[in-house]
Write a protein that binds this ligand. Structure first.
Ligand SMILES: [Zn+2]
Length: 225
């Protein structure tokens, strides 16, 4: 075994292992520093307010680029569920900015739903997990999961704004038994591009009698600001 390993080109092996960042390492680049190394953290943010025609008001932790994008992809697509805490740490100041200091009334985080097939492939809903990690940081925050996407909803990658809206029209379902109680409701998502998902979620909740105050998002991939 040792002899076989000695034959492997160490540089080639290193390149192959770049994506296998282990717990205890920076979420962005994998150096031995957690949850983020200084170099990666310096490249995340500042928070942005993408302009979305038709709303809702959104505050994002940073642009969808560099270490933030790398960490989200590891978390979302490469099975690194343990990065929920590192990403929630970036979203925490965004939540504080939107929600203000600790409240008497409850702040409800409502995750934007994933397609059921995508959530199954990822071993659970990654935005809901992010919400739970974020909610654990403030005593006045609770998580409610009333939203579901219909099974026939397509992946929105590659769709323009009108196509995204059409793809989601009538496909965000509300489970009334899981609606948030009294308090302020914030939508949460991982990436905002056109805002179609957030609008569909907001409208579905409004239809169920639950007004949405605004949204907080990890990554801003919107074109307009
Ligand atoms: Zn790093």
């Amino acid at each position: 075994m040792g002899a076989m390993l000695a034959l492997v080109d160490v540089r080639g092996l290193g390149a192959a292992l770049v994506d296998l960042v282990l717990p205890g390492e920076c979420a962005g680049c994998g150096v031995d520093r957690r949850p983020w190394c200084g170099a990666c953290l310096a490249q995340v943010g500042p928070p942005t307010r993408p302009w979305l025609p038709g709303g809702p008001e959104v505050l994002a932790a940073g642009r969808y680029a560099g270490p933030l994008r790398a960490a989200l992809l590891r978390y979302k697509e490469r099975g690194r569920r343990d990065l929920a805490g590192a990403l929630a740490g970036l979203l925490a100041p965004v939540l504080d900015e939107v929600a203000g200091p600790a409240q008497e009334s409850t702040i409800w985080l409502v995750p934007a739903p994933s397609r059921p097939a995508a959530a199954r492939e990822r071993g659970g809903d990654h935005v809901a997990r992010l919400c739970r990690a974020l909610g654990a940081r403030r005593a006045d925050v609770r998580v409610a999961r009333p939203l579901r996407l219909a099974r026939r909803t397509r992946d929105s990658v590659g769709l323009d704004a009108a196509q995204r809206a059409a793809n989601l029209a009538g496909r965000v379902r509300v489970r009334r038994g899981d609606l948030p109680g009294a308090g302020r409701v914030l939508l949460v998502d991982d990436v905002v591009t056109t805002g179609a998902t957030l609008r569909a979620c907001r409208d579905a909740l409004a239809h169920a009698g639950v007004p949405v105050a605004s949204a907080i998002v990890l990554c801003d991939a919107a074109r307009d600001h």
